[in-house]
Design a protein around this ligand. Structure first.
Ligand code: ATP
Ligand code: MG
Length: 229
C-alpha cells in the first residue's frame, strides 16, 4: 500500500473499553482532522487522551465506531503502511540499552549516520555525540538521559521517521519552562505541513494550534481555537 503525503483523519462514533474494565475509556468520539491541521487535546488526567492516540495507532480495536485515514479504514491498512503513515511520541519514552545509533535507527533503519547526526543537532542533542559519537552506549551500563534529553530523543526519532501524521503525547511533560519553549519551537518547525495531534496539560503555546479539543470522562466536551475557548 502506498504511503500518503498528507493525512486526513476521520473518527466516527468511536467507543472503547479496556479489557476487563467496567467503564468505557472513550465514548462516542467524533473528530474530523484535515490534512496539515494541528490539534491540541486537553483534559484532566485519566480522561482518555492517551487512549485516543493509542486507538489511532491501532494498539487496540474499538468496541464500536470507525477510524479512517484519508479514504481507507484504519483496520484495512497493512502494518507497513500504518507505520509509515504515523510518527508517534509516547508519554513514556523508552531508551534501549544500546548505542545512540541503534536508539535512533529503530525509527528509520535506512537512515545514514549523517542523517542521524543531523536529527540530533536539530533537536539540540549534539552533545551526546561528544564522547563516542553514534557509538556511545546509552541506558544500562552507559549514559542515562535526563527527562528533557529523553523528550528530545523521542522527537529526533519522529524526525527520522518523517511521517505525514504526528501523534505527540505530552512531549513537554516534566520539563522546565525554558526547555518546554525550545521543544515547542522545534515541534512547530518540524511539523510544518504535517497533520498533528498533540496531547498536553499545559495552556502555554496553545495559540500555535488551529484547533483545541477538550476531553472529559472519555468524551469530547468542547472544541474551539485559542481565542474562543
Ligand atoms: P493522563 O493525562 O494522566 O496521561 P489520559 O487522559 O491520557 O491521562 P488514559 O491513559 O487515556 O488517560 O486513561 C483513560 C482511562 O483508562 C483511565 O481511567 C485509565 O486508568 C484507564 N486505562 C488506561 N490504560 C489502561 C489499560 N491498559 N488497562 C485498563 N485501563 C486503562
Ligand atoms: Mg496520557
Amino acid at each position: 500500500q502506498p504511503v500518503p503525503q498528507q493525512v486526513a483523519l476521520t473518527i466516527t462514533d468511536l467507543s472503547f473499553t479496556y479489557p476487563g474494565q467496567p467503564q468505557p475509556a472513550l465514548t462516542g468520539i467524533n473528530l474530523t482532522v484535515s490534512p496539515g491541521e494541528h490539534i491540541a487535546i486537553l483534559g484532566r488526567t485519566g480522561c482518555g487522551k492517551s487512549t485516543l492516540l493509542q486507538l489511532i495507532t491501532r494498539a487496540w480495536d474499538p468496541d464500536s465506531g470507525s477510524l479512517r485515514l484519508n479514504d481507507s479504514a484504519l483496520k484495512d491498512l497493512d502494518e507497513a503502511a500504518l507505520r509509515a503513515t504515523m510518527s508517534v511520541v509516547t508519554q513514556r519514552v523508552h531508551l534501549f540499552s544500546a548505542t545512540l545509533r541503534d536508539n535512533l535507527l529503530l525509527a528509520n533503519p535506512q537512515a545514514s549516520d549523517a542523517q542521524l547526526s543531523e536529527a540530533l543537532t536539530r533537536t539540540g542533542l549534539e552533545k551526546l555525540l561528544d564522547d563516542a559519537g553514534l557509538n556511545a552506549w546509552l541506558g544500562e551500563g552507559g549514559r542515562q538521559l535526563s527527562g528533557g534529553e529523553l523528550r528530545r530523543l523521542a522527537i529526533a526519532r519522529a524526525l527520522l521517521h518523517d511521517a505525514p501524521l504526528m501523534l505527540l503525547d505530552e512531549p513537554t511533560e516534566g520539563l522546565d519552562a525554558e526547555t518546554e519553549g525550545q521543544i515547542l519551537d522545534l515541534l512547530t518547525e518540524v511539523t510544518q505541513g504535517k497533520t498533528v495531534l498533540l496531547v498536553t496539560h499545559r495552556l502555554k503555546g496553545l495559540s500555535r494550534f488551529s484547533r483545541i479539543i477538550v476531553m472529559d470522562n472519555g468524551q469530547i466536551i468542547e472544541q474551539g481555537n485559542h481565542a474562543n475557548l
